[in-house]
Design a binder for this molecule. Structure first.
Ligand SMILES: Cc1cc2nc3c(=O)[nH]c(=O)nc-3n(C[C@H](O)[C@H](O)[C@H](O)COP(=O)(O)OP(=O)(O)OC[C@H]3O[C@@H](n4cnc5c(N)ncnc54)[C@H](O)[C@@H]3O)c2cc1C
Length: 368
């Protein structure tokens, strides 16, 4: 841990910052980095440590082409386009733009694919519909049950652990401070500044960015702000490293650079319960073998689960909070895909007073 970072032991009783970011996941770290890069005085507060929340139990596809509505897919594309430029600013995060495949199994999938191609094409998102020979040529190990696929060159993936660490290190280099293992217990709103009460200290900040993931609703209540976000569990399987089986990032499955397969499709309403279950592991195995029959001979080495940050309408919540000057929120699923853009847009909003792209459809006011 760098000297700039405030650790539990030495957290001063009273702290001040221009902007306090609550939550040190991928979203909070990206915003902290982008703000600090613009010379802002930033303090990140987390009840635990940077990868303790959803950001530490994820798949980290940088995924664009099957998202709906098309405007959300476009937002994801704009973010994916920022990834190559990040390398220069925060270092290598093992971002790979592999291209993404989403298999088609029947005529219903095919019709959906045609609609997707049309709606997304209008937004400049390139989607090709491949027939079974073309898919097999690209991914010879896919099942014969796959009759086609949609393909987009914009999809890819990133190493989630490296990305969060790189954002944090870059934020620290630009002068950001971190107060970890320090839960926020209450927030008071004043005329000129907020007072954030934490287990270790009292923090005065002109701006607050709520980047608390599945805990956003809880933190929102401290400020009488209704933030409709719930956890949705996903269980992921990891195999032993094997010979190359897949080249492209697929919806639900990909092979990492060291040969492990990462597989996960489940979406469960399980509250804050992060356990894995035998039932879902078995269902996931069945599904995986439907896609890639050769997985039958591959050993599973572990499984883990994570809690997706799911806003009520499943679209990101981004921007300032009406009626609460200085308060901002960033809560979303797909935080890995979106983090470069979210960091940029939130920083523009806080520093310049307006976002660099329109975010009206993502503002929290849509729920009220
Ligand atoms: C199974 C699964 C697969 C996924 N796959 C993908 C994918 O392929 N691509 C993609 O882009 N996204 C994916 N996601 C989504 C992505 O992981 C999340 O959108 C992202 O991690 C959310 O980051 P966050 O920073 O908002 O939340 P978090 O990482 O949860 O960070 C929130 C932080 O807030 C802190 N906090 C909470 N309450 C307090 C408090 N009172 N005081 C101080 N700190 C507090 C927590 O400790 C935590 O560190 C997936 C998620 C899951 C679960």
């Amino acid at each position: 841990m760098s000297n700039h970072s405030i650790m539990v032991e030495d957290t001063p009783k009273n702290l001040e910052a221009e902007t306090a970011v609550i939550g040190a996941g991928v979203v909070g770290n990206s915003i902290a980095f982008h703000l600090a890069e613009r010379g802002q005085d930033v303090l990140v507060v987390d009840k635990n440590y940077p990868l303790s929340g959803t950001s530490g139990s994820t798949q980290a596809w940088v995924w664009v082409h099957t998202k709906t509505p098309a405007s959300y897919s476009e937002l994801s594309m704009l973010s994916a386009m920022l990834y190559p430029g990040l390398k220069r600013r925060i270092g290598d995060v093992e971002y790979l733009r592999t291209g993404g495949l989403s298999p088609i199994f029947d005529s219903v999938d095919l019709e959906r694919a045609k609609r997707l191609q049309e709606s997304h094409g209008k937004r400049g998102i390139e989607i090709r519909i491949l027939n079974s020979d073309e898919v097999r040529h690209m991914e010879p190990n896919l099942s014969r049950k796959v009759i086609g696929a949609t393909f987009s060159p914009i999809d890819g993936n990133v190493n989630p652990l490296r990305l969060v660490d790189a954002y944090r290190r870059a934020a620290l280099r630009h002068g950001a401070r971190y107060s970890l293992y320090n839960p926020v217990t209450d927030i008071k709103e004043g005329n000129e500044a907020f007072t954030i009460l934490t287990q270790k200290s009292t923090i005065r900040a002109k701006h607050i960015v709520l980047a608390a993931g599945i805990w956003s609703e809880h933190i929102g209540k401290m400020l009488n702000v209704n933030i409709p976000v719930r956890p949705v569990r996903g269980q992921i399987l990891v195999t032993e490293p094997v010979q190359p089986l897949l080249k492209y990032t697929m919806s639900g499955m990909r092979q990492t650079q060291n040969g492990e397969m990462l597989i996960g499709y489940s979406k469960e309403e399980a509250g804050f319960d992060r356990r894995t279950t035998l039932k879902v592991i078995q269902q996931t195995v069945q599904m995986a073998m439907q896609y890639v029959p050769k997985l039958r001979n591959v050993k599973l080495v572990r499984s883990f689960s994570g809690l997706r940050v799911m806003p009520k309408d499943e679209l990101p919540i981004l921007g300032d909070v009406p009626g609460h000057p200085g308060l901002y929120i960033a809560a979303m699923h797909s935080g890995y895909t979106l983090s470069p853009l979210v960091g940029t847009v939130m920083t523009d909003l806080i520093v310049d007073g307006e976002p660099s792209i329109p975010i009206d459809e993502y503002r929290i006011g849509r729920f009220w």
